[in-house]
Design a protein. Structure first.
Length: 310
């Protein structure tokens, strides 16, 4: 059975509300004292935005869920961008769109399955039809099968992960290139995963597809740079939220130790002794989508609190 919304820990994130003050669970070994430390977050005021460098700009986000996709939408909107949001879940799309509107920005929603080339192109075209331009595309949509060793290779599991994580993402990206070129340049931001670099066991379909996405994206950066189009990749590590909670709870049960012990073991390998949250990923997306990164292309930006260093 496929579980497209159950992603590996390097992409796990949380449900967002309209407010954004975060609590990231344990931040040091000494805090890991309870049997279970939630990595969920608390939200107060939007902390995004600053120089409003996205004012007058239009961005498309493909794969708007309740975690990184929603956080990216809020970050871009708070910085002045109007948005086109795509996902398969219309209710979720509308929830995020309402948050964007509350920040005073215009937004369109398009129910989209990015594995369908027609739908992927329609999502991107909507930006130009609605707002007259396109400045940035953020690809967040992802799929992963149930954990399994490569020894038990399942072709359909791999096929589905590659259809979403590589083919679907590249369909959105390629559809965006002519519009970005017409604007005079812009940005494509992909979301990969730390597990593509650490090769976590039992996640081969996901890690292989994310590795392929990185390679294709850096190739694209080399191809379209002459047009002023920048292509970069955000690489999340463990990301605080309900998905990570479920994963760490399962790890604790499997290993016969407490959840706090699991947290402490992971955090000992993190230089900053904390789990990043979706707002941290959103800040990275905002940087790469805006003119703040005007001289940056073909790069991987790791956001993992120092859990892994290249």
């Amino acid at each position: 059975m496929r579980r497209d919304r159950t992603l590996p820990p390097s992409s796990m994130s949380l449900q967002l509300t309209t407010r954004c003050r975060y609590r990231s669970g344990v931040t040091s070994d000494s805090e890991a004292t309870s049997d279970r430390t939630s990595t969920n977050v608390v939200h107060d005021e939007p902390r995004f935005g600053g120089d409003r460098s996205m004012t007058g700009r239009v961005a498309v986000i493909a794969g708007v869920g309740d975690g990184i996709g929603a956080a990216a939408a809020l970050a871009l909107a708070a910085d002045g961008a109007d948005l086109v949001l795509g996902a398969r879940d219309e209710d979720r799309l509308e929830r995020v769109a309402e948050r964007v509107r509350s920040l005073g920005r215009s937004v369109r929603t398009v129910r989209t399955d990015i594995t369908d080339s027609v739908q992927a192109r329609r999502l991107v075209d909507t930006a130009v039809e609605a707002f007259g331009r396109l400045d940035a595309v953020v690809n967040v949509a992802a799929s992963s099968g149930p954990p399994a060793p490569v020894e038990h290779f399942d072709a359909e599991t791999f096929r589905r992960s590659f259809e979403v994580n590589v083919i679907g993402t590249l369909q959105v990206s390629s559809a965006a290139v002519p519009h970005l070129r017409a604007t005079g340049g812009g940005a494509i931001v992909q979301i990969s995963a730390l597990s593509a670099h650490t090769r976590l066991p039992t996640l081969a379909d996901y890690t292989a597809s994310k590795s392929a996405l990185v390679t294709a994206s850096l190739t694209l950066a080399n191809e379209v740079g002459r047009d002023g189009i920048r292509v970069n990749v955000v690489v999340p590590g463990y990301t605080a939220g309900e998905g990570l909670d479920r994963y760490l709870d399962a790890q604790a049960e499997r290993r016969g130790i407490t959840r706090a012990e699991v947290d402490a073991q992971i955090l000992r390998s993190s230089a900053l002794r904390r789990f990043p949250d979706p707002s941290d990923m959103a800040e990275a997306v905002l940087y790469l989508a805006s003119e703040r990164s005007r001289a940056v292309t073909g790069q991987l930006l790791h956001v993992n609190a120092g859990e892994w260093m290249p």
